[in-house]
Design a protein around this ligand. Structure first.
Ligand SMILES: Nc1ncnc2c1ncn2[C@@H]1O[C@H](COP(=O)(O)OP(=O)(O)OP(=O)(O)O)[C@@H](O)[C@H]1O
Ligand SMILES: [Mg+2]
Length: 379
């Protein structure tokens, strides 16, 4: 066991605790006029920084000059220092090192503890937050710029042109509607995320819910010349869920399917029971299938699978993994949507501890499958 830990007064219990800490801890000692050396590294330090030997020069183990500098400064001034640094490897990681002097022992050896904190996840979250804000602002800015442009035109050139005025007002109304939808979707997404860690506990008759949603959009699909065929046997059973959120899931999937189906085509919505996760996850037909979300396996859990299949242009393979990212839209498709629909679907399904799969290839239509934990039947 580390003699520095002992010399610093750490009893066996304290040493065991040091050993078990998830964060790397390194004890450093330096005799007068000599380079600091490692006295001890706990298990995390040994794993992450490959610190093997007590007595190794600090510079050999921690190759970052800025960290060494912070340690030297802490030793020299007997004050705490901290420094952020990066390690490169298969995956770059971001660290913050805290160097805290422990004092000088009877033999004049200076002692110091270095605690390392892994800030990679925090950095990533921060990065995602910044990206999200940039994307959201950009999406709002585009229709806003167009509105401002038309206001200006109406005030000047189109002032005395009733025909142009009507046309511009029509476009402005559309842009305003689009912005309102975007804001609604963003609010909806943030509400879902707020309680994503709390699984719903209600019981939802999915067959009924599908009927309700498809009945409601029928006038619209009829107008577009697309038929919606529903095969949702009532005996499939219920799922554990939040009805309003599941309505959003069905609506988004059916909306997309209808949007990409040409006149005369059919969108098929079906419901089936799956006794296990493997069955629920399985592809519905040969071809490209990709899981966008998959729950942790839980023993004996049965699922209900909702499938929405369309006869649209399909989606090229390279786009599949990114479909459920916020604001992601396949290039060249002017869907007019916000790109938030599938992100909402994914977060709702995740809250329900379910899964989401997409099967598609260019020219072959697309099938989106959502599976949700079934309500177990007590015999
Ligand atoms: N059934 C489908 N067939 C072909 N492409 C699809 C289909 N469903 C989704 N996509 C593609 O995935 C993208 C993301 O879909 P998503 O529903 O998240 O956004 P959106 O439909 O563009 O906007 P929103 O749903 O917010 O109105 C779409 O823009 C489209 O490119
Ligand atoms: Mg959509």
């Amino acid at each position: 066991m580390p003699d520095l830990a002992e010399r610093a007064g750490a009893g066996p219990a304290a040493q065991r605790i040091l050993e078990l800490l998830p964060e790397p801890v390194i004890l450093v000692q330096a005799a007068e006029g000599e380079a600091p050396e490692i006295a001890y590294g706990n298990q995390a330090a040994r794993e992450v920084f490959r610190i093997e030997l007590a007595g190794a020069p600090l510079g050999a183990a921690l190759r970052r000059p800025e960290v060494l500098e912070a340690i030297e400064e802490a030793l020299a001034t007997s004050t705490s220092t901290e420094v952020a640094f990066e390690t490169i490897g298969v995956q770059p990681r971001f660290w913050r090192a805290f160097a805290k002097p422990l004092g000088i022992d009877a033999e004049g050896i200076r002692q110091l503890v270095v605690v390392l904190r892994d800030e990679t996840d925090a950095r990533r979250t921060e990065r995602m937050r910044a990206d999200f804000l940039a994307n959201a602002s950009h999406e709002l800015r585009t229709p806003l710029a167009s509105l401002a442009g038309f206001v200006e035109t109406l005030r000047t050139h189109a002032k005395d042109d009733p025909e142009a005025r009507d046309r511009f007002l029509g476009i402005m109304a559309q842009q305003a509607t689009r912005m309102a939808r975007l804001v609604d979707d963003l609010l909806s997404l943030s509400r879902i995320e707020l309680n994503e860690h709390i699984a719903p506990s209600g019981k939802v008759d999915l067959s009924r819910t599908i009927q309700d949603v498809t009945d409601a959009i029928r006038p619209l699909t009829a107008e577009r010349g697309v038929s919606v065929a529903v095969d949702s046997p009532a005996e499939v059973g219920s799922v554990i869920g939040d009805r309003d959120q599941l309505v959003q899931v069905i609506q988004n999937l059916v909306d997309n399917a209808v949007k990409y189906t040409a006149k005369g085509g059919t969108v098929r919505v079906s419901l089936a029971a799956a006794p296990t996760l493997e069955v629920a996850r399985a592809a519905s037909r040969p071809g490209v299938s990709l899981s966008l979300l998959s729950p942790d396996a839980s023993d004996g859990q049965a699922y209900v699978v909702l499938r929405v299949r369309d006869e649209g242009p399909g989606i090229a393979r390279q786009h599949l993994p990114r479909l459920s990212e916020r604001f992601y839209r396949v290039e060249g498709q002017r869907s007019g949507g916000t790109g938030l629909g599938l992100a909402i679907v994914k977060h709702v399904v995740n809250r329900h501890r379910g899964g989401l799969t997409v099967e598609s290839a260019e020219g072959e239509g697309a099938t989106f499958s959502v599976y949700l934990p079934a309500v177990s039947h007590q015999p």
